[in-house]
Design a protein around this ligand. Structure first.
Ligand SMILES: *Cc1c(COP(=O)(O)O)cnc(C)c1O
Length: 445
């Protein structure tokens, strides 16, 4: 006893101090001032004390987590199995959750003002698990068109095998058309013995940049469904999370391919959904069963990306504005599909109500056809010839011959995907260098 009294106080080994679980309550405001997401990205959801004082979260490469005691293990499994909604209170097994993924989910929720978020191994995994979790045999999905080709294919070719049908409407649809679509979907669901399970939107649509009026979709949904109201999910990959905040305009779930602007460096593939827990719980439960959670290394990289998200997106947006101002006046350019230069008053109205910026992904119509467009693409020196978007580097592609090659000709025509359409995603290079590159490539046409 006395010997112990005399010896210096022993601090417990750092890692053993407290189980990691909930870190210090996050600081979300100072003196009544709500902190901006770009400030919160440097620390939100991570307490260095729980990781040897490390300023950055370590990457937790482990498949399983030790429980404090048996009762804690039982409690965690009650969360995992859905006996208690809301997921596990502790870390259990890496198919269900992990520290890097939970930190990322907390930070993604901040950007969209969402109650919760879930991360996945790709944007398409997020979309497939979202739809599978909410749809059953006889159900109907109402969706805007066009969608990302794989999303459209999943609804039409995969969910149809399980008795789920769909009705689509053009992106720019106004209230009357939306009312009509909702009524048709409700009647179809009744006939099939199911429900309208989800309204799924993508705005702006690829590659035309057509915007969906989310407020009008919500109004039409609310006017049609008194009970069993379907959630509105929206793929916000092209403008989010900086330039469009759909949860504020009536959407319930926001979906991302984190591969694009959020990852932002063209060096990873991942996806997410965010929204109220009541919509996310069934998705989490199916992710627990199927897997498809983002891996710890990718989650860590995305945490790093989020620290510079606002800087990168703002720079890319400013660059796009300058490049488009140049292209719009060029004699070899027929027109632009850029949200900063909208012709249609209805689209402009949606933009004004929903968008905080015009983005950095747009279409340029080259005078001529495929041959002229290919000559332009082949002459580019800074911009790289590749699909995808939202990275630090400028990319250019030809949708009709690449991403949309398998789309039937009539549908291509209806969507405005012509042979002279070149898709461009502007990066964060020097804007004058980019303009010089586009100028010399147009010379080659
Ligand atoms: C890329 C993309 C997806 C698919 O995401 P992955 O991460 O490639 O699986 C879905 N929607 C949109 C709008 C996209 O651009």
């Amino acid at each position: 006893m006395s010997e112990e009294k005399d010896s210096p106080p022993q601090s417990p080994p750092l890692g053993a101090m407290t189980p990691r679980r909930k870190p210090k309550p996050p600081i979300e405001e100072i003196g009544g001032r709500k902190l901006n997401p770009s400030t919160l990205m440097m620390g939100h959801g991570f307490d260095p004390v729980l990781s040897e004082g490390s300023i950055k979260p370590p990457i937790f490469l482990t498949s399983t987590f030790a429980f404090e005691n048996a009762a804690a293990g039982k409690r965690h499994f009650e969360g995992i199995t859905g006996k208690r909604p809301g997921g596990a209170e502790g870390l259990v097994y890496s198919r269900f959750n992990g520290p890097n993924q939970e930190i990322l989910e907390d930070r993604l929720s901040v950007w969209d003002g969402a109650e919760d978020a879930l991360v996945f191994s790709s944007g398409m995994t997020a979309i497939c698990v979202l739809m599978l979790a909410h749809c059953g045999a006889g159900d109907v999905i109402v969706h805007s068109g066009p969608l990302y080709a794989a999303s459209e294919g999943f609804v039409a070719k995969v969910l149809s095998k399980f008795g789920v049908t769909y009705i689509d409407f053009p992106a720019g649809a106004a209230r009357e058309e939306l009312d009509d679509v909702m009524a048709k979907a409700a009647a179809k669901a009744k006939e099939q013995g199911g429900k309208v399970a989800m309204v799924y939107l993508e705005s702006p649509g690829n590659p035309t940049n057509a915007l969906v009026d989310v407020e009008a979709v919500q109004a039409a949904r609310d006017a049609t469904f008194e009970t069993d109201s379907p959630p509105i999910a929206i793929d916000n990959t092209f403008l989010g999370p900086l330039w469009q905040r759909p949860l504020e305009h009536g959407a319930d779930i926001v979906v991302y391919s984190l591969t694009k602007y959020v990852g932002g460096h063209s060096d990873l593939v991942a996806g997410s959904v965010a929204g109220a827990k009541k919509w996310l719980d069934p998705i989490r439960s199916l992710r627990n069963t199927m897997g498809g959670i983002c891996d710890p290394n990718t989650a860590w990289m995305l945490g790093r990306s989020l620290e510079t998200l606002e800087l990168r997106m703002n720079r890319a947006g400013e660059n796009a504005k300058l490049v488009c101002a140049f292209l719009a006046k060029h004699p070899k350019v027929e027109g632009l599909g850029y949200l900063g230069m909208i012709d249609d008053p209805r689209q402009q109205d949606i933009f004004n109500r929903h968008c905080l910026g015009a983005g950095s992904t747009f279409s340029v119509f080259i005078k001529g056809g495929e041959a002229e467009s290919f000559r332009f693409l082949d002459a580019l020196k800074i911009a790289k010839l590749a699909v995808s978007l939202g990275g630090t580097e400028t990319l250019a592609s030809h949708p009709a011959a690449m991403t949309h090659l398998s789309v039937p000709d009539e549908r291509k025509a209806a969507l405005g995907i012509t042979d002279n359409l070149v898709r461009i995603s502007i990066g964060i290079e020097d804007p004058d260098d980019l303009i010089a590159d586009f100028a010399q490539a147009l010379e080659a046409v």
